[in-house]
Design a protein around this ligand. Structure first.
Ligand SMILES: [Zn+2]
Ligand SMILES: [Zn+2]
Length: 372
């Protein structure tokens, strides 16, 4: 093993620099991961822009959908995690404290100590500055420090790395659709926004046995809607050309969708559409970032009349990740269609811009492979 790690550091807004860091000494409670693949997420782009998020964070290594192999591991960490050197693992972005009321009720993703959008100091992969030792807090680097509070999941060696990196959007989809939305056999769902998380919701809905899965997206990205259909969506709608709510009602015998998930980044009108397209007693799940913008057309009266549940979600529980990894391993869904682009470490800026600026409209899940 080398003694230093090369990483792509987001030094300031929209600028990446390759830097070398010395590898940390590993004690009894922590470890070190050699990163195999790191997925790029819309949150990486938001932080990279340093506008609505990440302004005060300083230089940092982005990347929080991390797959790799454990190359150093302390004795107590090995026992606690049930892991060994050489194990291939998925690492969640959260570093929950383990002792607060959220952690103790199984909702570690809400722990203040790992909340990058809270008021206080936090530790979290992909958004902790390199000025906090040992600097290696992101997946867009050759090595990732495994903090004692890490949440790791063991992976079999035969799982394709690029697909394994889908564990974040798939596990989020499983929690949001099946747990929060209570999606199950016979139900209907509208997913707005066929990016990686939207497609994760499609897979989760199909795996849960939902009957009518509808996806809406923009006509300039036909590949995303095509992949939605390949993953099992029964109907896709071009949101900029068609009346989404009317088409959802047509497809559901006039009732509307039992669950609507809104994932459209930055667009607020999709929240209005969600309320319009939802069935009576339906659940509207808000999972997309609107970059700080308020929703002006929100219909209080439709929400009251239909007794809707409007629910914000972020993150996932440990069990949903295990289920996502099982789903990936089952090869039941053609997930390879979601893995559209892979870049080397020196092209990290390009990978981030692909996710944020969509210079290739066909992009869905983008990966960085840091090994030289
Ligand atoms: Zn993310
Ligand atoms: Zn906590």
């Amino acid at each position: 093993m080398s003694t230093s790690a090369r990483a792509a550091v987001a030094v300031e807004a929209l600028r990446t620099e390759l830097q070398d860091f010395s590898l940390p000494e590993i004690g009894a409670d922590d470890g070190l991961l050699q990163v195999e693949v790191a997925g790029v997420c819309g949150t990486d782009w938001e932080i990279y822009r340093r506008e609505s998020r990440g302004r005060g964070l300083g230089p940092l290594i982005l990347g929080h959908e991390n797959i790799g192999r454990i190359v150093a591991l302390g004795e107590r960490a090995a026992e606690r995690w049930g892991a060994s050197v050489g194990d291939r693992v998925a690492v969640e972005e959260f570093l929950p404290c383990g002792h607060c009321r959220f952690c103790l009720s199984g909702r570690g993703w809400l722990c203040d100590k790992t909340d990058s959008r809270g008021a206080g100091p936090f530790l979290r992969y992909g958004s902790t500055p390199t000025t906090i030792p040992p600097a290696l807090w992101g997946g867009f680097g050759e090595y990732l420090y495994l903090h004692p509070n890490s949440l790791i999941h063991r992976l079999s060696d035969d799982l394709p790395g690029e697909q394994a990196a889908l564990f974040v959007p798939l596990s989020n989809g499983i929690r949001w659709v099946a747990e929060v939305g209570k999606g199950g056999p016979g139900g209907s769902i509208l997913v707005q926004g066929p990016g990686q998380h939207g497609l994760g919701c499609v897979v989760a809905a199909k795996a849960a046995g939902m009957e009518t899965v509808i996806v809406s997206g923009l006509s300039h990205s036909p590949y995303r809607l095509e992949v939605a259909r390949a993953l099992g969506a029964d109907l896709t709608i071009e949101a900029d050309r068609e009346d989404v709510a009317a088409r959802v009602r047509d497809a559901t015998g006039g009732r509307g969708a039992d669950i609507v998930v809104d994932l459209a980044p930055g667009a607020t009108e999709t929240v209005e559409i969600a309320v319009d397209a939802a069935a009576k007693t339906g659940v509207v799940i808000l999972a997309g970032s609107k970059h700080g913008r308020a929703v002006e057309g929100f219909s209080n009266d439709a929400t009251v009349r239909k007794e809707l549940t409007v629910r914000g979600v972020r993150g996932r529980d440990y069990a949903s990740v295990e289920r996502a990894l099982d789903l990936i391993a089952s090869r039941r869904f053609p997930l390879e269609l979601m893995c559209t682009h892979t870049f080397g470490l020196s092209e990290t800026d390009k990978a981030l811009r692909l996710v944020g600026e969509r210079w290739d409209r066909a992009a869905i899940h983008v990966n960085v492979v840091p090994a030289p």
